[in-house]
Design a protein around this ligand. Sequence first.
Ligand code: ATP
Ligand code: BTN
Length: 246
Amino acid sequence: IGREARYFKSVSSTNDAAKELARLGAKEGTTVLAEEQTSGKGRLGRVWRAPSGAGLSFSIILYPKVNPMEVSQLTMLGAVAVVNALKQELGVPAGVKWPNDVYLQGLKVCGILAEMAAEADQVKYLVLGIGVNVNQRSEDLGELIHSAISLRAFTGRKISRSKLLGAILEQLDFLYDLWQEQGFAPVRTLWKENALWLESPVQVSGLHEVWQGLMEDIDAHGALVLRLADGSRKIFHSGEVSLRPG
Ligand code: ATP
Ligand code: BTN
């Protein structure tokens, strides 16, 4: 992963560029990096903001031989890779928020957006888009200040984006091999070791409802297991988790 790379000074979205390259048959592990995205995309149709010079925005092309249902395992793998790299390179106490956000001090430092094409229950290509808030100053975060943090704001110093990228790619490479050889189990273990809010009271917003309970576990498929007040369990394959105050 990262052996082949394409760099854009400015691109609409590295995910879009990577999907185009994947359709053209780019090698597995090809990494598309951009200084600036003119329409960076977040999950759920949101905008992703990453100012030129401060953000780290890139996408990895993968061809995993899996069912589309299993792709969430790879986005969780991506979050673990980022957490490991942040800990190793900078010693910052980052954690994963289900399913694939990376948090620092209760605020989002990295988001991951997976996009894929599938045919007959088989993934044709997967693009793993990763955005890390690296060198934004607190004042550059604007209204994001309530939900986001940058590594510079946390550590008080400028961080080398290229070194951090190298560390993330190395982790991704290692974890992707592990996943191919041993499946999701070891990745799940690592994810849980870095998880935010296990055994804590949380609420999960699904498409139509909000559920409250204890975040009990992440199951063998990466789904969130919520234990409700009556002791029953509810499984979520998607949704937004937040800590329940009080
Ligand atoms: P609206 O859709 O009405 O504009 P919104 O501001 O919530 O509402 P977007 O502007 O599409 O929607 O998305 C912004 C959201 O995406 C923010 O709430 C923030 O959580 C997240 N976001 C965008 N960029 C970043 C970033 N660099 N770091 C952390 N979170 C980000
Ligand atoms: C999220 O909403 O948390 C996901 C954010 C993903 C942002 C990254 S930046 C690189 C890649 N290109 C995009 O347009 N989005 C992802």
